[in-house]
Ligand binder design. Structure first.
Ligand code: ATP
Length: 358
């Protein structure tokens, strides 16, 4: 079993900067955990602490039940795939994959068997005699993964492995990593700042901000029940709309007096309080029978993307901006007044001060 335990982990760099401010997460055996967040939030630092490439200032990291804080990277039974996959240019693909096993003293026959198995999984067999410069970017990235797979580690650690690839290759490699995970089922920690990568690869994701884990959950939990305005705004494209509002006993009141009734059971507030109302652009509809509320807006700009039409509008009552993603078939023009309803179950309420979900 290869669970990864992260308990009360902190990192203070020399000079006093605290990059990780206490993170707890239990990654299950075979689970794929994606760490996601803006530049500088501490994703790589946390991953590097699990890898043993950074010291742990406080707390504990365990792999397969064993605390590894004081173990060298080579003794942690992990394999890492980096963004700059750093293949040896003078070695063939075969030798690149075999190298790590050779220096560990594995027999030739065992090495051959492992390299062949990995190259079959990654469809690299035809390229084993080539050098890295004779490969495409995607093939090189597959060799980098092959190098990790042949080690048969307990845990894979990925640090933005796809960020040097173009958009099309990234999509392809994303699918390959998904397939690989299905086949191998190796516990994986994966760092990215790309939310599509995170949503599609993760069993669970950790959304990080300023050295803390704002939320850990399945992609669907994070999307449908974001724990804070930060998470809500970070996941989803276009980003969630945030409207200043008041929560009262009967529902939500927007600036300018617009009322949005709350669905039964979601509970109003006995004393009115200032909140932020969150609505995703894709959860606004023009079909009043299919949603709740009646939000009148004036259309300012339309982006027709083919499958979708993004409508930039302002509330007629308050002038607050609102973005809606409608089906491409929607007939909407600049200057129109529209009435939006919200998809039931997709009304998000956050404390105005703390940004936490109510
Ligand atoms: P990115 O997506 O840009 O790679 P990240 O989320 O991976 O960002 P980290 O590389 O973990 O972020 O860095 C987290 C914070 O720690 C940043 O503010 C960074 O400046 C700081 N930091 C990283 N390495 C060091 C170091 N060796 N000494 C001091 N501060 C550091």
């Amino acid at each position: 079993m290869a669970e990864v335990g992260i308990r009360g982990v902190r990192k203070t760099y020399a000079g006093g900067f605290e990059a990780i401010k206490g993170i707890d997460c239990a990654v299950g055996d075979g689970e794929f955990l994606v760490m996601l967040g803006p530049s500088g939030c501490g994703k790589s630092t946390l991953l590097r602490m699990v890898a043993g490439l950074e010291t742990i200032s406080a707390g504990e990291v365990s792999i397969g039940g064993r605390v590894v804080n004081d173990l060298e990277p080579k003794d942690r039974d992990i394999a890492m795939v980096f963004q700059n996959y750093a293949l040896y240019p003078h070695m063939t693909v075969y030798d690149n994959m075999a190298y790590g096993l050779k220096i560990r003293g594995m027999s030739k026959a065992d090495i051959e068997s492992r390299v062949h198995k990995a190259s079959d999984i990654l469809e690299l067999r035809p390229f084993l005699d080539r050098r890295p410069r004779q490969l495409s970017g995607g093939q090189r990235q597959r060799v980098a993964m092959g190098r990790a797979i042949v080690r048969e580690p307990k845990v894979f650690l990925f640090d933005e492995p796809l960020s040097n690839l173009d958009a099309k290759l990234r999509t392809q490699m994303r699918v390959e990593i998904n397939r690989l995970q299905d086949r191998l089922g190796i516990t994986s920690l994966y760092v990215t700042h790309d939310q599509v990568e995170a949503m599609t690869l993760a069993d669970r994701m950790m959304v990080m901000n300023g050295g803390v884990a704002e939320q850990i959950g399945t992609p669907m939990e994070v999307y449908h029940r974001p724990a804070s305005t930060f998470v809500a705004g970070f996941i989803g494209s276009p980003a969630m709309n945030f409207l200043p509002a008041r929560l009262t006993a009967s529902g939500v009141e927007l600036n300018g007096g617009h009322a949005v009734p709350l669905p039964a059971g979601s509970g109003g507030a006995s004393a009115a309080r200032e909140i932020t109302l969150g609505i995703r652009p894709e959860h606004l509809t023009l079909e009043s029978g299919q949603g709740i509320g009646d939000i009148a807006v004036k259309v300012e700009l339309i982006e027709a993307l083919g499958a979708d039409t993004v409508v930039h509008a302002r509330l007629t009552s308050s002038g607050d901006p609102l973005l809606a993603r409608l089906p491409g078939s929607a007939r909407v023009s600049n200057g129109d007044t529209l009435h939006f309803a919200i998809t039931p179950g997709e009304v998000h309420l956050f404390d105005r001060q703390t940004g936490r979900r109510l």
